[in-house]
Every structure is written in structure tokens, then in C-alpha cells.
Design a protein around this ligand. Structure first.
Ligand SMILES: Cc1ncc(COP(=O)(O)O)c(C=O)c1O
Length: 478
């Protein structure tokens, strides 16, 4: 890049520097001394502030330039700095050991690719304002009931009990089922920690089992092997949008008298044998965190077909207070309520869930098409009999020894991606609960989640593909 257009002498007047910035259109000028060494940086913001403070156009820039400026020695270091400053700095001079300007690096944040982003372009603002203006901003209000009714109906289940988040939904469900000390609950090795934490909160003992190598979901064979006389429940987690094998899991649960509590936090709208996830558990739990398919900011919901459990969860969610007798507490409960404001957003989100799922699906297809050209990437499978996955976060595997390099390179290019969850069995605090988990350990080291937002397009996916291809084809292990 030609950096001469950005350079001004330390003897320049403010007016000259403004002209320089105007001509380069980079918003920044590099100020050099007589030996051409950089001694300061002046941005259009610096100049605006100088003028507002009474500086004259003919004054020397030296007084107003930033002497504590940021510089880098090469583009990679510059990218790290842009990232460190969250892409707020736009231009960085690249200098040699003597502070001579060699080049400059530019941050192009229009190229930033977020991992996830809520799509709030329906009635979200309208309903939120309506709830706000009604002054019903806590957990009483029409939107909570409407959201509970419409979301449970969407899942094909009779009742919905909205909660403050997905973790409280899981804890509420397990508590309502009477699970506690002395009981065992089977969970998969690959999941977000909330699944196992909810079990631990109840005093029950989690039992961590391995996953299927192709679906990355809990392996029914491993569930079967882990059942003991103490096992009360199993929590199948529909991981990264992929439904678990609910046929086999339902059979095993029936045979062994186990409760199924589905963790559907990552799979709103996914199906098994034509039935939506959430309709297989005695209680099923959802999260509406900001990166989920639909969001309420923070939020969750338990859905159930049971009159009794619906009633019990409503009491437990509200401090254990009797529904007939105000301020009479029947059980030790919690405050796990969702606010009317959250529910207002959720209701609007639900109105366009099909559209959201469709663009996610098309985006995943686009990734699959572009990635066909790259060797060494395996996309999440979507061809299982009976399972209809959704695209929560586009997910793929790469060689284990290349995964960190890929993530690093994407980061340097302002592209958000993340590694798969660390297996629970590999974390000190959970290790004691784990059965032998071989598959999850391997998959977790290979997996990454890629940007899944409606701003993604073919060109951006191609950019990711080029970066990944370069790394995956190199011989060097990273
Ligand atoms: C599989 C799984 N379970 C549970 C949760 C917990 O949900 P929340 O973050 O709303 O508490 C999450 C979410 O992040 C999740 O991914």
C-alpha cells in the first residue's frame, strides 16, 4: 500500500494535515520528523477536538498530534492490535526498527464476521415498547402467557413455563421431577456445562457418557451401559442443532423407567421422525440466550404435557408460593421467572422462526457447497434417517493438529469462530463423573463453529474457505 499519502511533516500546519487526511480518506495522518521517523499520529478526531478547543488552522500540528500512538512491525501484529482494541482503531503505521514508516495496516470492520447475531427485524421492538409502556416490566403481563402458549404449541406440547434462562429451566425441570441426592442422571460428554451443572445443583450424581461419532449426540448404547438401579433420568442434548436418536433413547428410557429431560437449547425446530424436539421429554428445556435460534436476551422455557408438572414448575419458579394462597410457601422454590419484556421479544421472534430457520438452512448449504472444494474439512452430517437437523451454528471438523491454527488465522482476519465444547470428562471438576469417553475427546479437538449470521453470504464464506484451505493444505502442523 502507498503510505506516502498519509505522511505529513512535523512542521505542517493543522490545515495541511486536514488536507492530507481529506486526500487519503483514511481518517489519519502520520507525522514524521526531518529524518522521516514517525513522531506522532493525528486523526480527524484529534483535529476536531483541537479546533473545538480554539486551535487555529495555521497552528503547528506538533501541539495537537498524539505522541503516544500505536504502531506495529508487521500486518499480523497490526491485526492482533485491531482485535485487542475491538476494531476501534482504523489505521496503524507499520514501522522498521528505526521508526521509519514502511507501510500501514487498515482495519476493515465491515469485514468482521460475527459468530452469531440475533435477527430482531420483526415485531420485537414494537412488542418490547408495548410491554415497556404498559409498565408491566417484571414477570406479570400478557406477553409471558402468550409466549408460553405459542412456543409450547410450536413444539407440539401442551404447556410452557418460561424461565429466566436455559440453565434455570433445566434445574427447574429436574427439581419438579423430584431428582436429588442418591439419584443418577446421565448426560453426554459434549455439551455446554449448564446441562451437568443443573444436575449437580439438585444434589444428584451426573453420569457422563460418550457421544456418537457421526451425529456428535449422546450415544444410546452408552446410555444403556450406564444405567444402574439409581438412574432416574437421562438428558439428551440436541447438540449444534442435531437431534439425538430419540427412538432408541425413548425405548431405553421406557425399559428402565427413566425420565427423559431433553436439552433443546441448541435445536429449536429440529425434528425426529416428524416430531419436534421438545415433545419427547417428560419435560424439555430451551434456552433463548442471544446466540440461540430465537432469543429473549436471556431466557428459557420448560415444556411439558403433564398437568401436574406444569403446576409444580409454576410454583417452584415463583419462590414455591401457593397459587391459591398468596405469601404461603408450600416448598422451597426459586425466582426463575421470565420478565414481560423478555417474553415480548420472544413472542415476536417466534413469529418469524420459520424464516430464521430457512436462512440458516440456506447458509449451511452454501457452506457445504463452498467447502466441497477444500480438503480436510468435514461438515456436520445431515443425512441421518429420521433426524431433521437445524443449523444453529454451522459446525465442521478439521484435522486435530490444524484446528488451533485455523481458529487463530480466522481470528487474525476478524472472523469469529469457536472451538467445540471441551468434553466434560476433561475438566477437573467433572472428571470423577465420567465413564470412558473416547469419541467425544477426539471430536472435540477437531470441531469448530463458524459464523452463522444473516449477514453472511457466498463471498464471505469463500473468504473463510480460502483462509482454511491455505492452512489445511500446508504441510506444517500448527
Ligand atoms: C446445550 C445447552 N444447554 C443449556 C444451556 C444454558 O442456557 P442459558 O445460557 O440460557 O442458561 C445452553 C446455552 O448456552 C446450551 O448450549
Amino acid at each position: 500500500m502507498d503510505c506516502t499519502k498519509l505522511i505529513c511533516s512535523k512542521n505542517s500546519m493543522i490545515k495541511d494535515v486536514m488536507t492530507c487526511i481529506d486526500n487519503s480518506a483514511k481518517g489519519t495522518a502520520f507525522i514524521v520528523d526531518d529524518d522521516k521517523k514517525i513522531v506522532g499520529v493525528a486523526t480527524d478526531g484529534d483535529i476536531r477536538r483541537a479546533l473545538l478547543n480554539g486551535a487555529g488552522l495555521k497552528e503547528n500540528i506538533k501541539t495537537y498530534m498524539n505522541r503516544n500512538f500505536i504502531y506495529a512491525s508487521d500486518p499480523v501484529e497490526a491485526q492482533r492490535i485491531f482485535q485487542q482494541y475491538e476494531w476501534k482503531i482504523k489505521v496503524i503505521p507499520l514501522v522498521d526498527g528505526q521508526m521509519h514508516i514502511k507501510d500501514y495496516a487498515e482495519c476493515n470492520d465491515s469485514q468482521h464476521m460475527a459468530l452469531a447475531q440475533p435477527q430482531l427485524n420483526g415485531n420485537e421492538y414494537k412488542y418490547l415498547m408495548d410491554a415497556f409502556l404498559s409498565t408491566w416490566i417484571s414477570s406479570t403481563g400478557k406477553y409471558v402467557t402468550q409466549f408460553e402458549e405459542t412456543f409450547s404449541k410450536y413444539c407440539g406440547v401442551r404447556y410452557g413455563v418460561a424461565t429466566s434462562n436455559g440453565t434455570t429451566a433445566l434445574h427447574l425441570a429436574l427439581t419438579a421431577l423430584g431428582i436429588g441426592e442418591g439419584d443418577e442422571v446421565i448426560v453426554p460428554d459434549i455439551t455446554f456445562a449448564a446441562t451437568i451443572n443443573a444436575v449437580i445443583y439438585t444434589g444428584a450424581t451426573p453420569v457422563i457418557v460418550d457421544i456418537e461419532k457421526d451425529s456428535w449426540c449422546i450415544d444410546p448404547n452408552e446410555i444403556e451401559k450406564a444405567v444402574t438401579s439409581k438412574t432416574k433420568a437421562v438428558i439428551p442434548v440436541h447438540i449444534y442443532g442435531q437431534p439425538c436418536d430419540m427412538g432408541r433413547i425413548s425405548d431405553i428410557a421406557k425399559k428402565n423407567n427413566l425420565y427423559i429431560v431433553e436439552d433443546c437449547a441448541e435445536a429449536h425446530g429440529a425434528e425426529w421422525d416428524g416430531r419436534k424436539v421438545g415433545s419427547f421429554g417428560i419435560i424439555s428445556c430451551f434456552s433463548f440466550f442471544g446466540n440461540k435460534v430465537i432469543t429473549t436476551g436471556e431466557g428459557g422455557m420448560c415444556v411439558t404435557n403433564s398437568d401436574a408438572l406444569n403446576e409444580k414448575m409454576r410454583i417452584l419458579r415463583d419462590h414455591g408460593m401457593s397459587r391459591e394462597r398468596k405469601y404461603y410457601h408450600e416448598v422451597v422454590g426459586f425466582n426463575y421467572r421470565m420478565t414481560n419484556l423478555q417474553a415480548a421479544i420472544g413472542l415476536a421472534q417466534l413469529e418469524h422462526i420459520d424464516e430464521i430457520l430457512n436462512w440458516r438452512y440456506s447458509l449451511e448449504e452454501e457452506y457445504q457447497k463452498v467447502f466441497l472444494e477444500i480438503q480436510g474439512v468435514w461438515m456436520q452430517k445431515n443425512n441421518f434417517k429420521d433426524r431433521k437437523k437445524i443449523a444453529w451454528l454451522v459446525s465442521a471438523l478439521v484435522d486435530e493438529d490444524k484446528r488451533e491454527g485455523v481458529l487463530q488465522k480466522l481470528k487474525e482476519n476478524n472472523i469469529d469462530a469457536r472451538p467445540f465444547f471441551t468434553p466434560l470428562s476433561e475438566m477437573e471438576i467433572y472428571r470423577e463423573y465420567a465413564k470412558d469417553c473416547v469419541v467425544s475427546k477426539r471430536i472435540s479437538k477437531m470441531g469448530l463453529n463458524l459464523p452463522t449470521t444473516y449477514e453472511m453470504n457466498e463471498d464471505k464464506i469463500k473468504k473463510i474457505a480460502v483462509i482454511m484451505n491455505e492452512l489445511l493444505c500446508s504441510q506444517e502442523n500448527t
